[in-house]
Design a protein around this ligand. Structure first.
Ligand code: FBP
Length: 551
């Protein structure tokens, strides 16, 4: 295989580990845990994995360990550093005992059910260390939640003598990992299940999980691109760039990118929901900033728009919920809708909605209305990455500015360029932070496995300190759970971490955004640096720095 010079040099990088993981590890048990809410229900649903203690690893005395076969699954969207989690697990279980083996299930959770796997050997792994992507074994979005799937999976786990399974995924995948851990524990199946916190969206975090892996690298890539665009905007001075940023639900990516680049407009979905802002109010705010900048002769700017925004605007949320029900797979409306001539579909669908939602639906540009009717993802959600919110806002802002022009309120020019950044960052070569963090998470998983734990997630904390001082350990997944309504039923799920409006990162944005709107205060972070001064190469996100500062 030919590889680039960067890949070659990067392959030599030795990820940094916390002090406690460098030698033999002693496990210290902390206090027993409770779920974040709905304790009685969660306890009842997870009798074998509820209430376990927090685990903290310390330097300890060496203990011989038996060889163990481990399976690993990459689940959901790609996030930089997945290959290093696998490297950490591999090195960790080999350290436990050189005869340990690692098997990767191919194409996500579906690989376990379909018995599709590959042994990960030292030679095979070598080409993947410190690289981005999930291509080592592939990923997928198959939901692992039916007992029939668990039993089918158990067959192959038994066949390969696998004693532990590591599921690398986001909140939904780790929720399912916890259900699986409980199921195997109740059955005395002899298979431990351990989770690792992954998602570029940054919404799997809590007291014990400071950040999900991949967020650091992905946002640094987007911030580099935003910085470049800002320089272009400030050079040509003729375009407003509307940039949509990934993040299915939470706005952590948009917020962090704003803190790194200081653009003129940053929309935060959680704020929109809290203030119950309508689409018109958002458009008015944007047009106001554009007009004020035009008064200063600045007919250019940059606006960041979170991917999930549309679902946080109350009237759109209601409309989408109605569309989700109407277009649920296999429903009568869905069947009729799909059979119908394309040119009649939208008009007909509008007649099936409540009058309020029908009015909102009909006020949308046709392209956007069409995008709202596209197939749902396996969890029944609208695929927000397919909705061109940036264009919707751009068109509506233009209409608003045209009317402001006729009344003399707007005297400038408005030209737009649209961008959507998401896939560009998900497989980037992990930053030093993600390379180290992921390797540590994987290594932590191996220690949890070695000590027979199940239903735990790898936890690595104190991450704004040098890696040597990071605190590794395990947190029971049940601790992160609460009951939420899914598909009409109450289910135990890991609580999603949305942007906190009383949190330091958001407050920092609010304190500065009026200035950034009018003055051109752009920052240009440039590309991720892998070699050089530590203050540049080992930099954590601003979000993490601000959050940790307040602790
Ligand atoms: P995960 O939560 O599975 O990590 O995925 C996050 C994400 O990148 C979102 O930001 C985005 O909306 C979605 O995946 C896109 O999904 P797909 O990869 O299926 O197009």
């Amino acid at each position: 295989m030919t590889i680039s010079a960067l890949q070659k040099a990067r392959a030599e990088y030795q990820p940094k580990l916390p002090k406690s993981l460098k030698g033999s590890v002693k496990i210290v048990e902390g206090a027993v845990t409770e779920s974040v809410a709905d304790q009685d229900e969660i306890k009842k649903l997870f009798p074998n994995t509820y209430g376990m203690p927090i685990l903290i690893f310390e330097e300890g005395a060496a203990a011989a360990s038996a060889a163990v076969n481990v399976g690993v699954i990459l689940s959901g969207g790609q996030a930089p550093g997945g290959h290093n989690v696998i490297s950490g697990i591999f090195d960790g279980i080999k350290k436990l005992n050189p005869d340990s083996k690692l098997y990767g299930f191919l194409g996500g959770p579906g690989g376990l059910v379909d018995h599709d796997y590959k042994e990960i050997t030292a030679d095979f792994l070598e080409g993947y260390r410190n690289t981005g992507g999930f291509d080592i074994i592939g990923s997928g979005r198959t939901k692992l939640e039916e007992e029939a799937q668990f039993d089918k999976g158990l067959e192959i786990l038994k066949e390969l003598d696998i004693k532990a399974l590591v599921i690398i995924g986001g909140d939904d995948s780790n929720t399912n990992a916890c259900v699986l851990a409980e199921y195997y524990a109740a059955k005395n199946a002899g298979v431990q299940v351990v989770g690792c916190p992954k998602t570029i969206d940054g919404d799997l975090k809590n007291e014990m999980i400071e950040t999900s892996f991949g967020f650091d690298t992905a946002v640094k890539v987007y911030s580099e691109l935003i910085g470049n665009i800002q320089r272009d905007a400030n050079s040509a001075k003729k375009y407003w760039h509307f940039i949509k940023l990934m993040g299915r639900s939470a706005s952590h990516i948009g917020l962090e990118a704003a803190l790194q680049t200081q653009p003129n407009i940053t929309l935060i979905s959680e704020e929109v929901a809290e203030k119950k802002q309508t689409l018109d109010e958002i458009v008015e705010y944007m047009a106001g900033v554009i007009s004020k900048r035009a008064d200063d002769g600045n007919n250019f700017g940059v606006a960041l728009i979170p991917e999930g925004l549309i679902e946080f605007i109350p009237e759109m949320k209601t409309l989408i919920a109605e569309l989700n029900d109407l277009l649920a797979e296999g429903s009568a409306v869905e069947q009729e809708f799909k059979m119908m001539k394309k040119s009649h579909r939208l008009e007909w669908l509008a007649t099936q909605l409540t009058p309020e939602s029908s009015a909102v639906f009909q006020s949308l540009p046709t392209g956007i209305a069409n995008q709202l009717t596209l197939d749902r993802d396996p969890h029944g959600n609208v695929q927000v990455s397919l909705i061109e919110t940036e264009k919707l806002l751009g068109e509506m802002v233009k209409t608003k500015l045209d009317s402001m022009k006729s009344s003399g309120e707007f005297k400038g020019k408005f030209g737009t360029q649209y961008h959507f950044f998401g896939y560009e960052g998900r497989c980037a070569a992990p930053s030093n932070f993600d390379a180290d963090y992921c390797y540590s998470l994987g290594y932590t998983a191996s220690v949890l496995i070695g000590s027979g734990k199940t239903g735990y997630m790898s936890s690595v904390r104190n991450t704004t300190a040098p890696a040597d001082e990071w605190i590794a350990g395990g947190v029971p997944v049940t601790q992160m759970m609460n009951m939420e309504k899914r598909h009409g039923h109450m289910k135990p799920v890991i609580q999603k971490a949305l942007v906190e409006l009383d949190g330091a990162p958001y407050k920092y944005l609010v304190a500065n955004r009026e200035k950034w709107a009018i003055e051109t205060s752009y920052l240009y972070p440039g590309p991720i640096q892998y070699w050089g001064p530590t203050e540049v190469c080992d930099l954590t996100t601003v979000t993490l720095q601000l959050e940790q500062k307040g602790k």
